[in-house]
Write a protein that binds this ligand. Structure first.
Ligand code: AHR
Length: 306
């Protein structure tokens, strides 16, 4: 597949027809991310695609380095999930010059030149934020509702968009106010630390809006350590619907979860095969997602894969 150029495929060299895919993952920051990585690895193996997998440990410079190395190895296709939205044009231009198609997955980039990538497969994060806000508005609280927000990684598309979608919907309910908002970097420890600080600095917290389950789980630890009851004294809304989050929802510690589906592997491999074959692909492929309350979580848990 890589012609006469070195494939970087290691000893068990791929055959001439085997597609080599260089994939740069964000990191291993959350349960969602682990499920996403597993899905990509399993789906590549199933599709007979040789996967060069690189973990960026949530650092953009590591992703740029990985992409440059994929270009040097002359992989057939590059896919990546950009840790932040900005700052990709130079390296994407290098891939374009090398005529290696790029597929964005999970998160997008803010490049004005959309010819720098073939397609973007992933969730509509603004819509996820709207669904989270809509649930809260639908609770019909009449008195003031003070919300603290645990943001995802600063500059990451899901952090920017989930904030925006939520803010858009609660703007219609003046009694709901976000009184504090800070990043917990999509990690459990980050969520716990920020929540501990909020519990000290904010005299009256009614709701936590966490941009992912891991941060919500960290917040639950902080709330319990402060002697309060998560899900009752303080309601919790989060995004993802990974198993640990769904268990907390079933247990009444989280009140509502907006799903973000990490099982993108099979669709990604289909797109990789199509762009490699020079076929037309849609510029945007949006993932189908739902929402869960406690009853829905109890029903879904026994068959939840991640
Ligand atoms: O980009 C998807 C987000 O990244 C998930 O919601 C979060 O858990 C992950 O770290």
């Amino acid at each position: 597949a890589c012609g006469s150029a070195p494939s970087g495929g290691g000893e068990a060299a791929a055959g001439e027809d085997t597609i080599t895919l260089g994939f740069s993952q964000v990191g291993a920051e959350s349960g969602w991310r682990s499920a996403n990585t597993q899905s990509i690895q399993d789906s590549a193996a199933e599709a007979g695609i040789e996967l060069q997998f690189s973990d960026a440990q949530q650092k953009q410079e590591n992703q740029i380095r990985a992409i440059r190395s994929f270009i040097q190895q002359r992989v057939d296709v590059i896919a990546f999930s950009p840790v932040v939205e900005t700052g990709w044009d130079t390296v994407l231009q290098e891939a374009k010059r090398a005529q290696i198609p790029v597929v964005l997955t999970d998160r997008s980039v803010d490049s004005a030149d959309t010819s720098l990538y073939a397609t973007f497969l992933g969730s509509d994060f603004i819509e996820e934020g709207r669904k989270a806000g809509q649930w809260l508005v639908d609770q019909g609280d009449t008195g003031p509702v003070n919300v603290v927000e645990l943001q995802g990684t600063t500059g990451a598309a899901p952090a920017i968009d989930r904030k925006e979608g939520f803010a858009e919907v609660i703007a219609g309910a003046p009694n709901i106010q976000v009184v504090a908002s800070q990043t917990g970097d999509f990690t459990r420890s980050g969520g716990r630390q920020v929540m501990e600080a909020f519990l000290v600095s904010q005299p009256d917290i009614d709701v936590v809006y966490a941009h992912n389950d891991d941060m919500a789980l960290g917040a639950i630890e902080a709330i319990e350590a402060a002697g309060r009851v998560p899900g009752q004294d303080i309601r919790i809304i989060s995004v993802d619907a990974v198993k640990d989050g769904m268990q907390a929802l079933a247990d009444g510690k989280i009140n509502f979860i907006v799903e973000c589906n990490p099982l993108l592997g099979a669709q990604l491999m289909d797109l990789v095969e199509a762009v490699h074959a020079g076929e037309q692909v849609p510029a945007r492929v949006v993932t189908e997602e739902t929402v869960f309350d406690q009853q829905a979580a109890i029903a879904a848990l026994p068959t939840r894969l991640y």
